[in-house]
Design a binder for this molecule. Sequence first.
Ligand SMILES: [Zn+2]
Length: 360
Amino acid sequence: MAETDSAAVRMEQSSEAEAKEMSAVSDPYIREQLEKRRKELSAALAAPVAAAPAASLIELLGEVDSALHRMDDGTYGICTECHDSVEKDRLLADPLVRLCLDHLTSDEQRALERDLELASRVQRGLLPRTDLRHGDWRVHYQYKPAGMVSGDYCDLIPPPAEDGELVFLLGDVAGKGVAASLLMTHLHAMFRSLAGVGLALDKLLEVANSVFCQSTIAGQYATLICGRAGQRGEIEIGSAGHLAALLIAKDGVRQVCSTGVPLGMFSTSRYTVQHVRMERGDSLLLYTDGISEAVNASGTEYGAARLSIVAGERHGWVPQELAAACMKDVQNYSSGRKQADDQTLMVVHRADTVELSLND
Ligand SMILES: [Zn+2]
């Protein structure tokens, strides 16, 4: 059936592997959710004037009870049509789901497709402008989700005043698909709120981690780099377990490695900040693992070393061209293979010459 091959279904299925890994940690969470619903339904039925027709409440309560029974006898999360597992992120979103994606009716599949299109539009609306200028800084990024929605996080927060510091962020939520994209939007809202508070960068990451821990399900986490670019080429960088950033300088490429664990793992994580000085013409390259782990026809990964060479040969390039050259090399390398993971690449560049900003 055509619907079975729809983009929505393919994307949902691609997140199945990660979802299975999540299984052991999130089962108690689903049970808790079901028990909560059971309590609320019972309370609604006991109320003197039921808000909804009692019959539909009784039917829902029956479904919740049945799900709890299936949990007890070990058949919960198994498709009633094909006896294969139901996708975990769908169970997290609706614990009463009983059919896997392949066995949804075509109406249900079309509804899922519409929801994903809407989610994709919402997510794209959260992205910053792809080109940003602030003082000497020129920033450009490329954002390529593997499916309709992405677990990659990318943001640029200019300061309220001309002489303030520009905040740049790039992160990667564990997993793909809808569950990952929900966490991405959560990161976006959190950093947008925290960036203006005036915290030191290490504290900003500590608070963000603590908030993220309180609001995520066990087993969900995100790696992230948060940086601040100052007036005279100085940059502060804090990394929560993210891939090393590459500093493309005149005399070569230097890695700026992570000093912290991913957000969402331990609520008491501490972060240290590294200070980097960028000369005119230098660039800082940030990327997600969809880039370094892109594979070629024989299954070999692209790797950070190759990215470092490609970028290192292009010192002084404007960020749009540097980013495009890197992306093109990744695409050539993995040509013919379906993009397996979200790919994001950001270049923070210190302009070579002082440009007049009359035409900005
Ligand atoms: Zn099925």
